[in-house]
Design a protein around this ligand. Structure first.
Ligand SMILES: [Zn+2]
Ligand SMILES: [Zn+2]
Length: 170
């Protein structure tokens, strides 16, 4: 699905790839965010004169995120332009270092999955808030302070207070 047929690329010069990757695809496992729907990938792969493969296009998906302060759902979307460049391995010892992506000329195909996953991780801010003035949850009782006030005092959480107490106990 996200594999680029190198033989066909050689023959046609460029290939349009469109894919809808389900939100529960193993490709997205162990990420900080979850998708609320399929990830729409639209890219065009082409072979540059110097030998590298350039993959350019867009990735779009609805996101399911939570406010980091109050844990309420925050609607959002991934909408990212991607440009991936893969260099052919021309000598042994060349390494994929995250900056430079490589492909084997004789491999027959190039799997774009891992590179796209990396782009998603870079594009999404996992620490969203529902609104800038969100008051979050009470650290003691867990009440959502946007909708209620709790009876907890914050005295004990004041670090100066702890420092004072530590002095007394010495
Ligand atoms: Zn919030
Ligand atoms: Zn409280």
């Amino acid at each position: 699905m996200l594999r680029l047929d190198l033989t066909r690329l050689e023959r046609e010069g460029s290939i349009q790839i469109e894919a809808r990757i389900p939100p529960d695809d193993p490709l997205w496992s162990d990420m900080e965010v979850t998708f609320a729907g399929p990830v729409q990938v639209r890219v065009r792969a082409s072979r540059a004169g110097s030998g590298e493969i350039v993959v350019r296009g867009t990735m779009e998906a609805p996101l399911h995120q939570e406010c980091r302060r109050c844990l309420e759902p925050v609607p959002g979307a991934l909408s990212e332009e991607v440009t991936l460049v893969f260099l052919p391995v021309t000598e042994p010892g060349m390494e994929d270092d995250g900056e430079t992506r490589l492909f084997e000329e004789g491999a027959g195909e190039l799997d774009l999955g891992e590179a796209l996953r990396e782009e998603v991780i870079l594009a999404i801010d996992p620490y969203v808030v529902c609104r800038p003035e969100c008051k979050g949850l009470c650290p003691r009782c867990g009440a959502n302070l946007n909708v209620e006030t709790c009876g907890c005092t914050t005295e004990e959480l004041d670090p100066r207070w702890n420092a004072l107490r530590a002095l007394k106990e010495e």
